[in-house]
Design a protein around this ligand. Sequence first.
Ligand SMILES: [Zn+2]
Ligand SMILES: [Zn+2]
Length: 258
Amino acid sequence: MAGRTPILDCASEIRRFVARREYSEAVRRFEIVASWTPSSQRSKLAAEIVRAGGRITEAALTKAFARASCYFCRDGWMLCDQCEGAKTFAANGRFCDACGGLGRVPCTFCGGSGLLALDASPAVLRPKVAKRRIEWAVKLLQEVTRRVGNLRRWDVASTSLADRLRLLHSAERASEAAKEAKRVVASSRSPGGGRGQRPRELDLAGVCRKRGQALAEALATAIAELCLREAQRHPAGSRRRAIWERQAEFYESGGGRS
Ligand SMILES: [Zn+2]
Ligand SMILES: [Zn+2]
C-alpha cells in the first residue's frame, strides 16, 4: 500500500494485538522495530509510533507494556531449583523447605508479579505504564477482596486449597506490581515537584501494597487452617500427616514471605 511506513504498520499491529489482549505480542512488535535502532533511541521510536498512530496507539502501547508478561517466568512462578519441582526429596522423603512443598518459588526477576519489568518500557511512556499497572493492581485486588469475602461466608470445607492458593498468589502479584510502579511514579516526578501536588497514583499504589499484604496474610492463615484440617485426616506419626503439618507451619509463618 502506498504511503505506509514500518512505523505506521507497527502502530496498527500494536493496536491489533492489544485489542486481542495479546500484550506480550504487542510488545514484541515494538521490540522488532526497536532492534533496528540504537537502544538510546527507544524513547524517540515510541514517540514516533505514537505520533504516527495517534492517541489510541499511545493508549495501546501503554497498555501493552503495563500488561506484558515477564520474560523469565509464567504468572510469577519459577520452578524451585532445590527440589526441581518435586516438592519433597525422593532420597529421604523430606519436605522441601525452599519452596514450602509447592515445587515452585516466586520469580526472582519480576518479584512474582509475573509482569515485564517497568524499566523495559520506553522512558517516554514509563510513568503512564506505571499508572496503568497500578490500575491493574487495584482491579485485581478488588477481585481478590470480593472472593475472600465469599471465602469467609463459605463453609471452610467447601473451599479448595487450590482456590486459596490462587487468591494468595493474586494478592501477592498485585502487591509486588504496585511496589514497582510506585517506585517508577515517584522517580518520574520532576525535581521541585511542579505545583507540588502529589500524584494520586502514589497514594493508590501505597494502598494497594498494604491491601495486598493484608489479604495475603489473611489467605495464608486460611490456607494453614485447611492444611491442619487435612493433616488430621491422616494417622498420627504418618508421613502424610507430617507433610500437611509442615505445610501448615510454612503458611502460618508467612508462606515464605519475609
Ligand atoms: Zn522446592
Ligand atoms: Zn517473572
